[in-house]
Design a protein around this ligand. Structure first.
Ligand code: GLU
Length: 471
């Protein structure tokens, strides 16, 4: 167990701070806060060398106020029960904040994927799925896993294949898990979704003149110095979209250390360098930093923790010099660091809002699976035809003729990826405005995190009210 053994407790501290701004009966708050089901199980893995190893795993369903419950599966050597509970709770609040109609769940398997062969990982994943099926802890209307730290499309493909084999003929079986490869029922844009959502969140935050003036920053992303911790799926894509949006990537931190270059790094080049050399260190043109911890304390405009929880504590928070913290990871800021950031005037864009792009697009994938049709398939040509009519009318009225390139650009008709990305953009923008509104309505609410928790509590409480559980 790590120093973060009280992660669930910490999530509840934030919850309680927000709950103080409500008048809900204590019993209802207890119901919202607690974990409904915690399933812990062990199963044997036959290693490639013939030895048997016992694997410990969990699936936690935090809240059934809406079903299915939703949340990723984490493969990590340090996974422990309260961590999975905390992450499941964060999923409940996250889904509520972005109006994704799911309860929260999370899974964990205690292993380091780097120490197992692909065949072993496949056996573990399929057996894990089997165990969930046995206890009805998975299914398109029950509990729908997704990728998280240490898992990706490959594991999701094994899960859907195992689930489908155990439920022959189940029409909606593809909706038992999200984050699948596109060829296995996935949706275009899911892999990039968490990173893209982080970018939309940051872009929205940076478009507010009063807030930017308070931070001493200009409007927009252009020229903002970004440091990212973690070059996994979330950190990589967040870095990519922010850089493409005009930001300068001045630092990247990973397990083995960190690198910096004031004139800008390219996440693709660094990623390739790491793949070849096994480390981000010694990247041509960059300077090595002594440790990941040093990178977190670099002077920058935007710091993106995109690895694991518990990164900022009362110990290092006073040394953080970023103006904005964009939480890509779940739970990077402990409640002991939070007031320090507030005191320093740092704008923290909280995890339960900022990284909700992943589950938002998971929702689109699930809807696609249940509807059995790709987004845009029915409407693309129709919209294209309408747009061409409009173009011709404009040409007739103005006498200006569009070039073929312009015509293609304007009258393209949206495909699946366009629709997914615009749905994500709309979700992130409107949820941010809801946070600002809540903060404005409650002068005592100290920051966006507590505003986000407050919004989530109201939405979950409303569900319970609609279920007739309280008046
Ligand atoms: N693991 C991701 C998260 O923490 C995605 C969950 C999902 O798509 O269900 O939000």
């Amino acid at each position: 167990m790590t120093a973060q053994a009280n992660f669930f407790e910490e999530v509840n501290q934030y919850f309680d701070q927000a709950a103080a701004f409500t008048a809900y009966p204590p019993g209802l708050l207890d119901q919202i806060r607690g974990c409904n089901s915690v399933y812990r199980f062990d199963f044997p893995l036959r290693r490639d060398n013939g030895q048997i190893e016992v694997i410990r795993a969990w699936r936690v369903e935090h809240s059934h106020h809406k079903t299915p419950v939703k949340g990723g599966i984490r493969y990590a050597p340090e996974v422990y029960e309260e961590e999975v509970m905390a992450l499941a709770a964060l999923m409940t609040y996250k889904c509520a904040i972005v109006d994704v109609p799911f309860g929260g769940g999370k899974g964990g398997i205690r292993l380091d994927p780097n120490h197992y062969s692909v065949g072993e990982l496949e056996r573990v994943t399929r057996r894990y799925t089997h165990e969930l099926v046995k206890k009805a802890f998975i299914g398109p209307g029950i509990d729908v896993p997704a990728p998280d730290y240490g898992t990706g499309e490959r594991e999701m493909a094994w899960i859907v294949d195992t689930y489908s084999a155990l439920n022959p003929g189940q029409l909606d079986a593809l909706g038992c898990v999200t984050g699948k490869p596109v060829t296995q029922g996935g949706v275009r844009g899911r892999k990039e979704a968490t990173g893209r959502g982080l970018y939309f969140a940051l872009r929205e935050a940076c478009s507010h003149p009063v807030e930017m003036a308070r931070l001493g920053l200009g409007l927009g992303l252009e020229g903002k110095r970004v440091v990212v911790q973690g070059l996994g799926n979330v950190g990589y894509h967040a870095a990519k979209f922010c850089r493409e949006g005009g930001a300068i990537l001045v630092g990247i931190a990973e397990r083995e250390g960190a690198i910096t270059n004031a004139t800008g790094l390219n996440e693709d080049d660094v990623f390739r360098h790491r793949k070849q050399s096994g480390s981000i260190l010694n990247f041509p043109g960059a300077t090595n930093l002594a440790s990941t911890a040093v990178a977190l304390e670099m002077e920058c405009d935007v710091l993106i923790p995109a690895a694991l929880e518990g990164v900022f504590t009362a110990e290092n928070a006073p040394r953080v010099r970023a103006k904005i913290i964009l939480e890509g990871a779940n739970g990077p800021t402990t409640p002991s660091a939070d007031p320090i950031f507030r005191q320093k005037g740092i704008l923290v864009i909280p995890d339960i809002y900022a990284n909700a792009g992943g589950v938002t697009v998971s929702y689109f994938e699930w809807v696609k699976n249940l509807s059995h049709v790709r987004f845009g398939r029915m409407s693309k040509r129709h919209e294209m035809a309408n747009e061409l009519v409009m173009l011709r009318a404009i040409e007739a009225a103005t006498g200006k003729l569009f070039t073929d390139a312009e015509r293609m650009q304007i009258a393209k008709g949206p495909d699946e990826e366009d629709l997914v990305n615009s749905g994500l953009e709309e979700t992130m923008i409107s949820a941010y405005h809801q946070l600002l509104e809540t903060k404005a309505q409650h002068p005592g609410v100290p920051d966006l995190r507590i505003a986000a928790f407050l919004n989530a509590i109201h939405k979950v409480a409303r569900s319970y009210a609609e279920l007739g559980i309280f008046p």
